[in-house]
Design a protein around this ligand. Structure first.
Ligand SMILES: [Zn+2]
Length: 266
């Protein structure tokens, strides 16, 4: 990573040349990028390089960040802001990447003044005005249907207008009332499903808090958009306006294309 990152962090350094083969190798590990309109792929790549220039990436606990990891993280981090703009991530610089899930020591003083210390196993964390902490899983190593990068960067979008409350700064023309209606109804229904112990298509961690619900449905919006649209159509419609994308429509087209054009495999 060394030459690459130094070039990226050096203020005067020109954009490094990443070959088409190199991009394709990284993007193959992120199949949900196929739900983007094909003409957006180049814009996403440019934005990813710009993010790598603007932010400082550090490997923690001895993790060596190589070019493929940096590009994969940057592509996923930029996906939510492709049509919002990188300025939504202004005001902080650090991205810390841990190997696998990691432990954060917590200290909380309760109402009785008692200090509780415990270790919290987490996949990621976003601090308001501070860094994003991510865990890196090798290919096929991470929990299914979970996207830590999109999750933490969705929290950053939520924090842009203060706090983690599940209400990010909406785009012009969007209605806060429509957002609240869609999200409140879905959150109540989702918490009920999780409380009943029902199988949910969406990560049950979303029932923790409305802010977590926004982050979790954002993961689903990009990774399994058809499922999200079927389960929570009003939430999907709000996210489609917010992110300026309609991945479920492309997912259907991809699937149809894959079944009609791909030669049969043994
Ligand atoms: Zn979270």
């Amino acid at each position: 990573m060394l030459g690459f990152v130094r070039r990226l962090l050096g203020l005067a350094a020109p954009a490094p040349e990443i070959s088409a083969e190199h991009w394709q190798r990284v993007e193959r590990t992120l199949p949900f990028l196929d739900y983007l309109p094909p003409q957006d792929r180049g814009r996403l790549r440019d934005m990813a390089l710009e993010l790598l220039r603007r932010k400082e990436f550090h490997g923690a606990q001895g993790l060596q960040l190589d070019d493929d990891m940096l590009l994969a993280i940057a592509l996923q981090a930029c996906l939510p802001v492709l049509n919002i703009g990188l300025q939504a991530y202004d005001g902080w610089v650090g991205v810390v990447v841990y190997p696998g899930d990691f432990v954060i020591p917590r200290r909380i003083v309760d109402e009785a003044g008692v200090l509780h210390e415990y270790d919290d196993e987490v996949l990621g964390e976003a601090w308001e005005g501070g860094p994003v902490l991510l865990s890196w899983f090798g290919e096929d190593d991470g929990p299914a249907g979970v996207n830590v990068v999109i999750h933490e960067f969705a929290h950053k979008l939520d924090m842009e207008n203060g706090g983690v409350d599940g209400l990010p700064r909406l785009r012009p023309g969007m209605s806060r009332a429509a957002w609240a209606d869609a999200f409140e109804d879905a959150y109540v229904a989702f918490c009920d499903e999780v409380d009943r112990g029902a199988e949910t298509d969406i990560d049950p961690y979303g029932a923790e808090h409305p802010g977590e619900f926004f982050a979790v449905v954002s993961e689903a919006f990009f990774e399994t958009p058809g499922r999200l649209r079927a389960r929570f159509p009003a939430v999907y419609a709000q996210l489609a306006q917010f992110y300026g994308l309609d991945p479920a429509a492309r997912e259907l087209r991809e699937r149809a294309g894959a079944t009609s054009e791909e030669p049969p495999h043994g």
